[in-house]
Design a protein around this ligand. Structure first.
Ligand code: SF4
Ligand code: MG
Length: 313
């Protein structure tokens, strides 16, 4: 519905030299509260950079970020703090994000203590509540990170992110390092938090199959540009961009033999020196002469679904 709040908006012309009018639209995302946007592309395509920019921990060379309707560049100190707390990141490797010498309960308690999120007297109960919320036994609070499994460690990291009451989680390959069965459990936890807390997600993954499980909208990124944007169901049923089709072909089938794994031909070119025209043209099975010279502008496939490709009429 139109009444939902836009929690986060990012408009950038990432990696698009020379600057073009339409480049800005290519990294244009609006995240409503409770919404899940999946951002998908091969490693090195710029999706982590876009995630870091969205979370305010990397600065864009150009463009605009709005948090709860406000331009991040025009914020006063208090508003900036609300933005920094309101958008939290969860990374791939939970062990690297946790200090091995700090008890997990203390790690979870640190930010709410520093930022005065809860009264000192209530902090223990607050931490216990967060641990329960992510499916951890609060009696483990005095243990150290190495005493937990990979999935439990990611739950600790999630509890720590939730401790400052964010509106948005930017998850960068947040389940990529986990076993498949543990991945499903952590994804279920993300979905539960979305339902119960209205959390919005920018969910970054190289794996379309992971994103398919819970994204409302999927953005496909190639060499620093978003090349297709669609509601998740449309994207999987009617992908329009040849790069998206190639990524879908790369999803290994669960039922063996139903579909063969087709890797995308050719190497990912350097994002610092992208090919002319459509950056995908050296790898595209449908490339035409115009593709090498003219950068396709985004075209509507249907309402709410667009792709940047010369094939689309
Ligand atoms: Fe392929 Fe041309 Fe479309 Fe690029 S614009 S994806 S090269 S058909
Ligand atoms: Mg990355």
């Amino acid at each position: 519905g139109g009444s939902r709040t836009t929690a986060l908006m990012v408009r950038l012309g990432l990696g698009a030299p020379p600057p073009q009018v339409h480049a800005v639209r290519h990294a244009d995302l609006s995240l409503h509260s409770g919404e899940v946007i999946g951002l998908v592309g091969e490693s090195g395509c710029g999706k982590s950079t876009l995630g870091r920019i969205a979370a305010g921990i990397a600065l864009p060379s150009q463009g605009a970020i709005r948090y709860c309707g406000q331009d991040v560049n025009a914020m006063d100190r208090e508003q900036k703090r609300a933005f920094e707390l309101g958008v939290q990141m969860v990374f791939q490797n939970p062990f690297a994000s946790l200090n091995p010498r700090i008890r997990v309960g203390d790690a979870i308690a640190e930010a709410p203590r520093v930022h005065g999120i809860v009264d000192k007297a209530d902090i223990d109960e607050y931490v216990a509540g967060l641990m329960r919320k992510v499916g951890l036994d609060p009696s483990y609070r005095d243990r150290f990170p190495h005493q937990f499994s990979g999935g439990q460690r990611q739950r600790i990291v999630i509890a720590r992110a939730l401790s400052v009451k964010p509106k948005v989680l930017v998850c960068d390959e947040a389940v990529a390092a986990l076993d498949v069965s543990v991945q499903a459990q952590v994804l279920n936890l993300f979905m539960e938090l979305r339902r119960n807390m209205g959390l919005g997600y920018l969910f970054i993954s190289h794996n379309l199959a992971v994103v398919e499980r819970f994204a409302d909208r999927v953005l496909i990124m190639y060499l620093g540009r978003i090349v297709e944007s669609a509601p998740a169901c449309d994207l999987f049923l009617r992908p329009a961009h040849p790069y998206t089709c190639a990524l879908l072909d790369e999803i290994p089938s669960l039922e063996s033999g139903a579909r063969t794994y087709v890797p995308i031909r050719g190497e990912l070119p350097s994002p610092m020196n992208p090919p002319s025209g459509c950056a995908f043209h050296p790898r595209c099975p449908h490339a035409m002469p115009i593709c090498a010279t003219e950068n396709p502008t985004p075209r509507n496939v249907e309402s709410g679904h667009w792709a940047a490709c010369h094939l689309i009429q």
